[in-house]
Design a protein. Sequence first.
Length: 209
Amino acid sequence: MSLAEMLWRENQDLARQTLAHPFVRGIGRGTLPRSNFAAYIGQDAFFLDAFARAYALAAARSPDRAGVPEFVRLLNGVLEELQLHASYAARWGVDVLTVEPTEATLAYTDFLLKTAAFGSVGETCAAMTPCMRLYAYLGQSLAADGVDDGNPYADWIHTYGAPEFEALATTLERLLDRYGDEQQGRTLYRRAMQLELAFFDAHGGGVES
């Protein structure tokens, strides 16, 4: 079993908690209040900016030449995600450039950027992989349940449930396997999964389960 597979299996409890989260279920059913989703979009755009910077740091510090184009490809994937966020923001009047990050958002971005700046490339991969694998899992799970034509969050589900996003998640997992260390990776991976769940908690206020 690869390191990425092992760490994902070890964190299935948090993955299942996130899938069952009222915010995520509300996206799947199309019942999530738009105010909650609009707030999430603004915070996630702030988060993705940090995520892109972490990829850039990993590319710059790649211990071999082979890793550079793969990190750049992943960086481009984040930029495509930001385009999705921009379309939602424009539709609902969210100014992502003036968003003040919440405590949950800052906790996550600080964790990522400090790891990318001061940790090894393997540690950076361990901190970033949970986001990619978790979102692929959420998107694929919600898509498998079926998406109503009138669901306002269908684009979100299709983006993260798509084979293209799965390919990006798999690429990062390969990089984790290549550069990662089991002992260091286990702690960072678990922490990232906890921060993911906290991020959804921060946007689930008033959402019915």
